[in-house]
Design a protein around this ligand. Sequence first.
Ligand SMILES: [Zn+2]
Length: 176
Amino acid sequence: MMRMIRKILIHPDPRLKKAADPISAVTDDLRRTADDMLETMYDAPGIGLAAPQIGVMSRMLVMDCVKDEDETPRPMVLINPSVIWAGEERRVYEEGCLSIPDQYAEVERPAEVKVAWTDLDGKEQQETFTGLWATCVQHEIDHLDGKLFIDYLKPLKRQLITRKMVKLKRELARSL
Ligand SMILES: [Zn+2]
């Protein structure tokens, strides 16, 4: 089965502000979408992608935070993920987003989170994430709730980034 690179939605887009629907069954169609999402994420390149970012309003995300090229990639697909525990320690990381190209800002989140999800075989999984993985999984779960990393910033900074994106989208539309 050929993997397809999907178009990534750019903020502002109403689909990026909407909560995604829970997934009731792991179907072949869903597996194909997961494959496409991984392909799209690696191609971008990025370390995480949530289904609403390609316009699929389902609670699924993919991620791979292995950055070192000598290390084995670890593509993960999380269906209906939820944070079931968060540590008290906080971590500040300069986040970016494939839906908000070339914009970065520091966001503070729990440094350690335990996440539960369903995998592509329909099995329940749990794992405690730390470091970049913890930041990434929380950023992606936010997408499933219609929340972007810029929503953590002060309104002025958020508006500035949004204006830049409106301009970028106008330029992209014109260049087609
Ligand atoms: Zn994002």
